[in-house]
Design a protein around this ligand. Structure first.
Ligand SMILES: *Cc1c(COP(=O)(O)O)cnc(C)c1O
Length: 456
């Protein structure tokens, strides 16, 4: 038996386990496996840090959400929000489930096309679509969701120049009761701008108005703003129907449903305070029925849900590089994954779990990443078991935005694996190598030679 390492004793005020009005603090249980695959096995084979996605959980969540909407409204379509997670394997799971693609840049558009999504199944959102991107998307019959008048005029020029019809919708922004309002994207509802944009589209023969779109924000913690937003789009649709005899094929309510993550400054866990997905579905679909249309004329309800679909199915395994006692006595963990992979830790108090049984004692802990930067903090204050070098922990609910917003900064990005429904573990993005980063660099000839041999 190897001799245990001596650790200087510290006295810390014990605060865990007290009752408060919400009950007692839960004891911290370990997470030893994901989909029956041992976490130790995963890191042995694929290294640490490691992003892990569960195909089973992704498909189950998708089917659950789809069903919640489909049982309340007859025509439902999801379009996968690429920016939320555009790893090819992840997008392809959603496409296999029947989801269209929702993209906000030419890069994402091309990525969807490369995966085999036809233009007509792509929703092209976002304020930045240049002329070449628009021309390509229009030729490929994508749905162009127009963001501003300059884009509208550019589309008019393109369609005239190449004599083609474009499939369009407008993005509408509005007061939904959320403050500050997201009024930078799309055309405003209240000041009449949205109606004006629609009129300009309707008088143009080369523009085919297919739908209306809004995306009211992200991590919206109440269903009510969705009811308000849907009702406002329904009002626009009624005006089109009654005054212009125009029928819409779809109404797109965007994304924005929350996941299990807990926002900073939120006292209770998200799971305890958020509305259910059924609440959101009730708000949206009951507002759509205000159209008072017969079943065959009802527009398709399109949803661009990102975060709520993928967040809970993504995990980040990380290893303790070192532990420290800060001068205050507080436990500090230095992990091998930091904010470079978890941009989302600026907004969320990510849920962390140890990967082996601990003894029930928890202490106030700060969890740092490996970067040489003061901002590299995963959790400021978390009651966590005492840990040692080499111990692992898992960051939960990191499926959304982390593997798209992550930075190549100081370290290379790690492997991303998918646990398939069959129980196989497949790499879906290889760990980066030095060559991946230096390949696009060019070193001017005159900078190639130097000598550091000292001549003292
Ligand atoms: C980001 C985005 C989404 C997805 O939002 P979530 O909050 O992740 O559900 C959907 N639609 C548009 C236009 C977006 O920009």
């Amino acid at each position: 038996m190897s001799k245990k390492r001596y650790e200087r004793p510290v006295i810390v005020k014990q605060q865990s386990g007290f009752m408060n009005k919400y009950g007692a603090r839960e004891s911290i249980k370990p997470l030893t496996e994901i989909d029956n695959i041992k976490i130790d096995e995963l890191t042995e084979k694929f290294g640490s840090p490691l992003f892990v996605f569960s195909e089973k959980q992704i498909r189950e969540k998708y089917r659950r959400l789809y069903k919640i909407f489909k049982t309340r409204y007859p025509k439902v379509r999801f379009a996968w929000s690429y920016k939320t997670n555009y790893l090819s394997a992840i997008c392809s799971i959603y496409h296999q489930e029947g989801s269209w693609a929702e993209v906000v840049s030419e890069f994402e558009y091309d990525k969807a096309r490369n995966l085999g999504v036809k233009g007509e199944n792509i929703i092209f959102n976002g304020p930045d679509k240049d002329e070449a991107a628009l021309e390509k998307a229009i030729r490929e019959k994508a749905l162009i969701h127009i963001d501003h008048f300059d884009e509208l005029y550019m589309i008019m020029e393109i369609t005239e120049r190449i004599d083609i019809t474009a499939n369009v919708a407008i993005r509408v922004n509005m007061d939904t009761g959320i403050y500050p309002p997201w009024n930078r994207f799309g055309f405003n509802y209240e000041n009449g701008e949205a109606m004006l944009a629609l009129k300009r589209i309707l008088v143009n023969d080369r523009l085919k108005l297919r739908g209306l779109h809004t995306h009211i924000g992200t991590y919206i913690m109440s269903a009510e703003p969705y009811r308000v937003a849907t009702l406002k789009l329904v009002e626009l649709a009624k005006t089109l129907y009654n005054q212009y005899d125009v029928k819409l094929e779809y109404i797109d309510i965007g994304g924005g449903f929350p996941s299990n993550n807990t926002l900073k400054g939120q006292y209770l866990d998200a799971e305890q305070i958020l509305p259910t997905y059924e609440d959101y579905a009730d708000a949206i679909t009951s507002a759509l029925f205000e159209l008072n249309l017969p079943a065959d004329e009802l527009p398709v309800l399109t949803l661009e849900t990102g975060r709520a679909l993928i967040d809970d199915s993504g995990y980040l395994i990380s290893t303790v590089i070192a532990t420290k006692r800060l001068s205050t006595g507080k436990q500090a963990l230095i992990m091998d994954a930091g904010v470079n992979y978890l941009f989302t830790s600026y907004w969320f108090n990510h849920k962390l779990m140890p990967t082996k049984e601990t003894f029930g004692f928890t202490e106030n802990t700060v969890v740092y990443g490996p970067l040489c930067m003061n901002i590299d903090v995963i959790r400021d204050d978390i009651y966590f078991p005492t840990m040692q070098k080499g111990d692992k922990l898992v960051v939960l609910y990191v499926g959304a935005y982390s593997v798209t917003q992550w930075m190549q900064f100081i370290t290379l990005r790690p492997n991303v694996v998918l646990i398939t429904e069959e129980g196989d573990v497949e790499i879906i993005r290889e760990a980066e190598k030095l060559e991946n980063i230096t390949a696009p660099e060019r070193l001017p000839e005159k900078l190639k030679d130097f000598s550091l041999d000292e001549q003292l």
